[in-house]
Design a protein around this ligand. Sequence first.
Ligand code: FES
Length: 116
Amino acid sequence: MGQDVSEALIEAAAVPEDVLVSLDLEIGDERFAVLALRRGEALQVWHNVCPHAGRRLDYAPGKFLMHGGRLVCAAHGAQFSLDDGACVDGPGRGGRLAPLEVSRSANGWAVRQAAS
Ligand code: FES
C-alpha cells in the first residue's frame, strides 16, 4: 500500500525525545520547513515560519536559540512556548506558530497540512 500523498511520514528515529529538530517535509507537490518536538508518544510539528515577519526560526538549519526553555526566533527575538507554540514575549507577542496535523502511524507519525 502506497503512502497517502497528502501526508508526510516522520519516522521515530528522526525525532529524538525532547530535542527540537528542523525537518523538510514534502506533502503533495509542496515542500515545507518544519520544527518537530517529540515528548513520549506525542509529536508536535509547526511550520518553521515566525509569525512576526515570516522568517525561519533557526539561525542555521537545525540550530536554535533557546532561553529558559523557550524557542527564540533568530531574526528579532520573539519567544515561543514549546508547549503550544504561543509567542509569549518579544515582537509578535500573542501570535503563535502554525501547527500541522499529526497522527500516529505504524512507523512514526503522519503529518498533514492543518485545515484552514
Ligand atoms: S521574524 Fe521572528 S521575531 Fe521577527
